[in-house]
Design a protein around this ligand. Structure first.
Ligand SMILES: Nc1ncnc2c1ncn2[C@@H]1O[C@H](COP(=O)(O)OP(=O)(O)O)[C@@H](O)[C@H]1O
Ligand SMILES: [Mg+2]
Length: 275
């Protein structure tokens, strides 16, 4: 079976300079020939310093922005060519969780509606049936039913990230791009959210792209890792390989910056991939 996601030769540039007449005279390449795969139920870590182009990769993969070139295959389908019903199905199956849960939720929408909205849009659910699904998923991420009619400002960062995770889960996706999902949270809360992501992955066979500038987090969660430097993939390997035997100078500097790279080991084995 093919990987769930297969990205080949992704290229993206943004205008860097314009002349007096607003014409673009220089472009910054932020994705330079980026290729990787993500297996079913697998976590691919994307690690690199701020500005390396990690988020831009995540957004292209989910078709939130359009690449200049390259191919994105999701379950064998060419994501860049999807339209109509197939695009809607892709939008259901592939979700995203952002660094800042507050700005990813509408401040004027109750949690009930924020988490229920995708169910209305994709399945036309409403009323009791929708509520039943919303309560179920919110309880799964550790929220209580009596919190349903509150607004985002009434929750802590950790609670909001749980709510954002619930919203991403409502449509029963196969794949979630987690873009620095704990970077804005207190250290004491980070482990809870990461463990929730791990548990959900095991329960639901989810595949993740886990984006982080923090190699120790990637080490904890990812089965395989892509190291990005200035828009390019400079190294790919299992988390173990990268830690034990980094090849690229940038990877070496990342590894040496982790206080004790051997302290935390991944909780579970790589899921078996059908050939
Ligand atoms: N919409 C945009 N327009 C112009 N430049 C952008 C845009 N989005 C990102 N960039 C630039 O692309 C580079 C990579 O950004 P990003 O993907 O957010 O990096 P990372 O997530 O690794 O910090 C940065 O230099 C950023 O300024
Ligand atoms: Mg980013």
């Amino acid at each position: 079976m093919s990987p769930l996601l297969e990205v080949t030769g992704l290229r993206k540039s943004f205008p860097a300079k314009r002349n007096l007449f607003g014409r673009v005279t220089e472009r910054t390449v932020v994705s330079n020939d980026v290729s990787f795969t993500v297996g079913r139920g697998e976590t691919l870590g994307i690690v690199g310093e701020s500005g390396a182009g990690k988020s831009t990769i995540g957004r292209q993969v989910l078709r939130l922005i359009e690449p200049d070139a390259g191919t994105i295959l999701f379950d064998g389908q060419d994501v860049r060519k999807l339209k109509g019903k197939e695009l809607l199905t892709f939008r259901r199956r592939a979700q995203m969780i952002f660094q800042d849960p507050f700005s990813s939720l509408d401040p004027h929408m109750t949690i009930r509606n924020a988490v229920g909205e995708p169910l209305s849009i994709h399945f036309g659910l409403s009323g009791e049936e929708r509520d039943r699904r919303v309560v179920e998923i919110l309880q799964r991420v550790g929220m209580r039913e009596d919190q349903l009619d509150k607004y985002p400002r009434e929750f802590s960062g950790g609670q909001l990230q749980r709510i954002a995770i619930a919203r991403a889960l409502t449509l029963d996706p196969d794949f979630i791009v987690c873009d620095e999902p704990v970077a804005a949270l207190d250290v004491s809360i980070q482990a809870q959210v990461l463990n929730l992501l791990l548990d959900l992955q095991e329960e639901r066979g989810l595949a993740y792209i886990f984006i982080s500038h923090d190699l120790s987090l990637v080490r904890f969660l990812a089965h395989r890792v892509v190291v990005m430097y200035r828009g390019e993939v400079v190294e790919t390997g299992t988390a173990e390989e990268l830690f034990d035997n980094p090849q690229h100078a940038y990877t070496k500097s990342l590894v040496s910056a982790v206080p004790d790279p051997r302290a935390r080991r991944r909780r579970r084995a790589v899921p078996a991939q059908e050939a």
